[in-house]
Design a protein around this ligand. Sequence first.
Ligand code: FRU
Length: 483
Amino acid sequence: LVYQEQYRPQYHYTPPAKWMNDPNGLVYANGTYHLFYQYYPEDIVWGPMHWGHAVSNDLLHWEHKAIALYPDTLGYIFSGSAVYDEKNTSGLAPPGESPLVAFYTYHDPEGEKSGASDFQTQGIAYSMDGGENWSKYEGNPVLDNEEGIRDFRDPKVFWYEEGEYWIMALVAGDHAQFYRSENLTQWEFMSEFGKESGAHGGVWECPDLFSLEVDGEERWVLIISINPGAPNKGSGTQYFIGDFDGTTFTADHEDIRWLDWGTDNYAGVTYNHAPGGERIFIGWMSNWDYARDTPTEVWRSAMTLPRKLSLEKIKDTVRLLNYPIEELDKIIGKREAESIEIPAGDKIVRESTFLSQAEVIFNTAGRNFSMVLENGEGEKVELVMDGESGMFSLDRSASGQTDFKEGFGAVQQMPVHGLPEGEVEVRVLVDRSSVEVFINKGQYVMTAQLFPNEDYNLLYVNNNASGPLKLEQFSLNPVQRVW
Ligand code: FRU
C-alpha cells in the first residue's frame, strides 16, 4: 500500500518522496487549492530548490502534480507566493484571459560563493493552464537587490482592495519591506517594518500581510518566521497585529507574540483568494535545527494541518487564533461524547488501536492535568497543563527516537496566562509522527514531531489537582487516511 511507511502521516500533506520544506504559492483559483512547496527531488536533504506542486479541492485530499518550477541560470527557486491575476493586469495572458502568477526568490549559488551579497532577487513565472505548465518571465528578475541585502527573499504578493494595486511583502534580514505594483512586473518600494519590533534572535523569513475583522473592526496581521530565535529553540513563527494604511504597517503592541509555541511549525503563510474571504494557513511541520536529521527514509517532513486564522479579543487583548479548518471534521469518525469526572490524584486510561491517527477532544475548567500517549515499549509523550506556573508543556524526551539530534527531546513550554476563566476546549490531533495541540480553539497552539518505535496505543488523562477534574464532551476519535 502507498503511504504506509513507518512515520508516514496519514492525513497531512507529504511529498511522495524526497525533501520538502516551506509551503509556497498558496492560491485558490477556479475551484482548486494549489500547494507548491520547496522541493529537492534528488535527495532527502535540502539542495537546489524547485517548487513541487499538489492540488486539492478540500485542502485534505491532495493530488500530486509535476514539479512546477526548476532552477535556472538565475538561481535556485526559493520561497514565495502566487496570485490569480483575474483582470490580466500583468498582460502576461492573451487579452481576455487570466494567468496564475508565481513570485519567488532567485537564490544564485555562484553569487553566494563568490562572496557577493546581492545573490537573492525576485522573479516571476506564469501559467495559462491553471497551474499545469509554467513559463518564467523574460524580464526576470523583476526586483533587483540594489542594496545588496544578503537575506532578501520570500515575496508574498496580494491584491490590496482599498487601493486597487498589488502589494509585495518580503524580508530583508532583520525587517520586512513592502512594495507596490500596478502590473505585477514593475515594483516600487513603499516602506519597511520591524527593525525595532518583535523577536530578533535570527533572520526574518516568509512574511505574510493580510486583514481580518474583530468586533466589526478591520485589523492587519503581519506574520514573520524567524530562524533561529523561536521560544522553544530553532525556527518559529511570530505575528504582529496593527494598522496598514496602504503604505505602512504599524504594530499595536510591543510584546512578542507567537503563532505556535511548538518546535514544528515554520515558514507558514496563507492562501490568496480563498473562498468566503477566509484566511487559511499552512506551515512546514519541521524545524531547521533538525529537519535534515529526522528518521524517515523515503521522504522528509510534512505540512501542518490547514488552519483557519481569526482574531479574537480575549481578556482585553486581540489575539490571532489558528485552528484546523472545519472541513477536517469530514474525516473524523466522531464517537459518542462522554462526561467524565476524575477524582483528585486519579487518572483515566483508554486503550485504542487507532490512537496514532486520532483526535482527542474535551472541554474542561481544570488547569492541573496531564495527558500521556504511550506505546507497548513504554515510549510516551506528555502534555502537561500546570495551573500553578501557568505553563503548558510538551515533553517528548521519551517519545521514541530522539537521539538523531541533540536537543530534540528538550521539554517545550508555553505560557498560558492569557486563558479565560472557566471551561476551555483542549483538542489534540495525532498523526503517526506528529501531534498538534489546540487550546481554547487556537488561542494557544503547539505542534511537534514524534518518532515512536511503535504506534501509541494508550491514552492517559491524569488529574494533578487537589479536587476532582471534570472533562466534558470527551471523545477519542479515529481520523481517516486521505491517501
Ligand atoms: C525558510 C527558508 C526561506 C527560503 C527557503 C529556502 O525555511 O529559509 O527563507 O526561501 O527556506 O528553501
